[in-house]
Design a protein around this ligand. Structure first.
Ligand code: MTE
Ligand code: MO
Length: 543
């Protein structure tokens, strides 16, 4: 073997040793996190940190490209970055110890910073990254020491000038090969020792790391607590009027099942909160700071509400909108316990993971608006990913300024004094939902047969209500659609137009008129800073 390829071989093994050390780092951190501090997982903390700092256009790109898998894509990207950085650390340690160990310490320090600065960091959050760093450094130092011995022996034996570690030493080796009475057997002993340690460290890291993650998922008992939770009987329930649901194949169901309900949040792992220990704090500009337990909240009396939730990121024709029945307590009743002071104009709702939303105080105290703290969704306790045990739901406001999940605090304040999560990230501090309409069927991507075909969809104008939906085919006259009977003005309605489809390609457009007589905004604008607008125009192929 020539010198060059021999050197590359050692570099490659150094890179492998680096990756194995990083795996040991992560595995030890995971197992310590499992035992001592669940929030101390370095990879998740760094991932959450990345979510918070990436610029808005990149976030939109990620959501557009990976959709619901954006978080998996983020973790995969992060994993790749860890592998590359770890490989470099391995090579550094091989070339110039203790450079690689120092790099690992630096990486550990960064993950430590990401962990302890996160909202909800606990007293022992620092332990997992510190333990992981120590273990990773020891393994890296041991593996590379063996690799360097092997490299030196191999070089001696072959009398090649390829001492990979310290090139300055190479001439010496070449000059006096006989002063090192090494035999090929010695080199192979060191080689075996390196391989054995690498394999043991690598395999145990994978086993421990994967085991810890699985155990962590399995023992997050909040899921069991949720399933065992007895919901109170609501004082009033939602009545679904006759004719509320049209019988049309392909139309969105009137009530979105929980499993199909869109999910949008910045949480890399779903927070698990036990309702038994959950507390809601109402503070800020209030007469009295109040703390409520889950039972306190439920004891205030719950009612059922039907409210359609909409995400500011919903594009024209998009599906980041869903309709559910929610069981909850009016926010105004909860705020009244604390007594908001005059001068306040905003409530900053905060989640256990540090997410915040700014909602106008008036939207929460208005008697005519059903802003609620919800504990149930479609007759079940809130699903974990939809905010268990308590979230806010406010009709007429985009989710990011109102629908805080895993709610822990309501801070009565002012728009002048406080800023919510998305405000410095390119979105408006206040954002009422722009009313809109959507075509569900026929689908743009599916040909249909000529003949009578329903064109149908949904339309929403939360707090105001939909008066009319109109459809235009091939830029022809706007014809009124038949509407389903609305549940209330906070929910979407379904609409349908019967169409005699002729073969060819057709444009179908829809627009809504709300009960104030306003026409849906025609101008196409992007989702930032306060929601998309424009009429949906679908191209339908008829054969
Ligand atoms: N804690 C927390 N709550 C949050 C968010 C978040 O990122 N974190 N996202 C908000 C946004 S942007 C929307 S649209 C709604 C979505 O609620 P869903 O996931 O239950 O549909 O939750 C809101 N509540
Ligand atoms: Mo959203």
């Amino acid at each position: 073997m020539n010198t060059k390829s021999r050197r590359w071989r050692f570099w490659a093994w150094a890179a492998v040793a680096g990756v194995v050390s990083a795996a040991v780092f992560l595995a030890v951190a995971e197992i310590v996190a499992l035992v001592a501090a669940r929030d101390g997982s370095p990879i998740l903390a760094v991932g959450s940190f990345v979510i918070d700092i990436v610029p808005q256009p990149f976030k939109e790109f990620a959501i557009a490209t990976f959709g619901e898998y954006d978080k998996i894509a983020l973790l995969a990207g992060l994993g790749l970055a860890v592998v590359i950085a770890a490989a470099i650390a391995g090579v550094l340690q091989f070339l110039k110890p203790p450079l690689g160990v120092l790099a690992l310490v630096l990486a550990g320090g960064l993950s430590l910073a990401a962990i302890v600065t996160r909202a909800g960091a606990t007293a022992f959050s620092w332990l997992p990254p510190v333990a992981g760093t120590i273990a990773g450094c020891i393994v890296l130092a041991m593996l590379i020491a063996r690799l360097r011995r092997w490299a030196t022996d191999a070089t001696d034996t072959a009398a090649e000038p390829a001492a990979p570690a310290e090139p300055s030493e190479a001439p010496k080796l070449l000059e006096s090969p006989t002063v090192h009475p090494k035999t090929p057997a010695v080199a192979s002993v060191d080689r075996r020792s390196f391989f054995r340690f690498t394999a043991i460290a690598g395999l145990s890291a994978v086993a421990v790391g994967v085991g810890a993650r699985i155990a962590s998922a399995a023992t997050s008992s909040v899921d069991a607590v949720r399933r065992a939770l007895n919901l109170p009987t609501p004082r009033s329930t939602v009545t679904i009027p006759a004719g509320a649901e049209l019988d049309i194949p392909g139309i969105t169901p009137l009530i979105t099942p929980n499993a199909d309900f869109y999910r949008v949040d910045t949480a890399l792992t779903v927070p698990s909160i036990d309702p038994a220990t959950w507390r809601l704090v109402i503070d800020g500009m209030v007469d009295e700071r109040i703390e409520l337990s889950f039972d306190d909240l439920v004891a205030m009396g719950v009612d059922e509400y039907a409210i359609t939730l909409t995400c500011v990121s919903n594009e024209v024709g998009g599906n980041l909108v869903g309709n559910a029945t929610w069981m909850g307590v009016p926010v105004r009743d909860v705020l009244a316990l604390a007594g908001p002071q005059s001068g306040a104009d905003m409530v900053l709702s905060q989640s256990v993971d540090g997410y915040t939303a700014s909602t106008p105080l008036a939207s929460l105290t208005d008697d005519g608006l059903d802003a609620i703290l919800a504990i149930a969704m479609n007759g079940e306790p809130l699903p974990l990913e939809h905010g268990f045990p308590v979230r806010m739901v406010v009709p007429g406001l985009y989710g990011y300024v109102s629908a805080t999940k895993w709610l822990t605090e309501l801070k009565v304040t002012t728009f002048a004094d406080d800023e919510a999560y998305w405000t410095p990230r390119g979105y408006s501090a206040e954002a009422p939902i722009k009313f809109s309409s959507r075509i569900d069927t026929p689908r743009i991507d599916k040909e249909i047969a000529a003949g009578m075909t329903p064109i149908a969809g949904v339309a929403w104008a939360q707090t105001v209500g939909i008066e009319r939906v109109e459809v235009s085919i091939d830029d022809g006259d706007w014809q009124p659609a038949t509407l389903s009977t609305p549940i209330n003005d906070n929910t979407w309605v379904q609409w349908v137009v019967e169409w005699d489809a002729t073969p060819g390609v057709h444009y179908v457009a829809c627009r809504a008129i709300n009960k104030n007589g306003d026409l849906q905004i025609a101008e196409r604008v992007p989702i930032a800073p306060n929601g998309s607008s424009g009429w949906e125009r679908a191209l339908i192929r008829v054969v």
